[in-house]
Design a protein around this ligand. Structure first.
Ligand code: FDA
Length: 307
């Protein structure tokens, strides 16, 4: 019941001000977003990759309101990529981007987002790595898929995300499960209406399995984005049945969630990529993490009271 309320709060400016100003917020936020600057995040990247994990890096931010903010987002990614160059990690450290942070919701937003994300994809390719376009709310997805298709013409490694809770996703998966296309499947983290999305957890899980099967049986590269132990073992079974080797798909989880499982899967020989967010505009990302697990909210509120 709490999840939808927290997701609604994730779009409220008043809540943003309240939560951001709370004295304990920073220490709770750090669990999910382990740095605000490139200097703070580089040691984390070095530590995780030394443990055999791979990374997808997210500079937090979304729903910007001016073209200048979109350019700043582009520049933040370019700064990160410049620092990654020296680490020579190749695809072990890729980028995840939200097109809303690149101006997608502004007037002329489709073109603006494409113009801002293209230099990031080019810079990533120049250091031997790739970019994945995150999936945001359902109203943004046609534009995201069109930008993905456009970028893939020149940069075939560009990935995208599909969300199991949306009715449209099985059709998207059939279209995308081809030609080495890198596709991350997730359950979905936004508040979506019943006209477009399953609301029931069990229905979402069933849809997730159907979509995984399509991806595993196709000729793309499936990226399984979930912490759900049941779905992870079904993914392994489906990959086995589809004759995929361990390096022909990968698991992805969020930094700070089930970290032991990251290491266990990597030790078993799986490609395990940790989605690692950093930056100062962490509010939306943080609130979605609270919405996914009400215990996180209880912990957050308890630490506020005990201060
Ligand atoms: P589920 O929510 O059922 O969780 C399974 C178990 O994992 C829980 O029982 C708990 O133990 C643990 N867990 C999950 N979330 C937790 C949390 N926040 N705190 C503590 N424990 C938690 N969504 C989206 O709409 N667009 C996107 O682009 C992405 N990108 C993305 C990348 C990657 C790598 C991941 C892993 C996830 C996303 N998501 C996303 C988020 C996704 O849609 C979904 O909200 C979360 O992954 C939670 O769903 P699970 O599949 O983990 O299952």
């Amino acid at each position: 019941m709490l999840g939808p309320v927290i997701l609604a709060a994730s779009r409220s400016d008043r809540m943003r001000r309240l939560v951001s100003a709370a004295p304990v917020t920073k220490q709770v936020v750090d669990r999910f977003i382990p740095g605000e600057t490139v200097d703070e995040i580089v040691p984390i990247i070095e530590d995780l990759t030394a443990k055999g994990l791979e990374l997808t890096m997210d500079v937090v931010g979304e729903d910007i309101t001016t073209p200048a903010q979109a350019e700043a987002a582009r520049d933040a990614y370019l700064e990160l990529i410049d620092r990654l160059k020296g680490l020579e990690l190749g695809t072990r450290a890729e980028m995840s981007v939200k097109l809303s942070m690149f101006g997608q919701a502004l007037p002329g937003g489709h073109e603006l987002a494409l113009a801002n994300v293209r230099p990031v994809v080019e810079a990533a390719a120049a250091i031997g790595t790739t970019v994945t376009l995150d999936a945001e709310d359902h109203t943004t997805l046609d534009s995201m898929f069109a930008i993905h298709e456009e970028l893939r013409r020149e940069f075939p490694g560009t990935g995208c995300v599909i969300q199991a809770y949306l009715f449209r996703t099985e059709a998207d998966a059939h279209r995308l499960a081809a030609n080495g296309s890198r596709v991350r499947i997730v359950k979905g983290a936004y508040k979506e209406p019943a006209e477009v999305a399953y609301q029931d957890k069990a229905e979402i899980d069933k849809a997730y399995v159907r979509v995984m099967r399509i991806l595993m049986e196709g000729s793309g590269y499936p990226m399984i984005g979930s912490h759900d132990p049941r779905l992870i073992s079904i993914a392994q079974e489906l990959a086995h049945r589809a004759g995929r080797k361990l390096d022909e798909y990968e698991f992805q989880m969020l930094y700070g969630i089930r970290s032991d499982e990251h290491l266990r899967l990597a030790a078993e020989g799986h490609r395990m990529r940790v989605y690692t967010a950093y930056g100062t505009d962490w509010y939306g990302y943080f609130m979605r993490r609270l919405a996914e697990k009400p215990a996180n909210l209880r912990f957050f509120l308890r630490s506020m009271v005990s201060k």
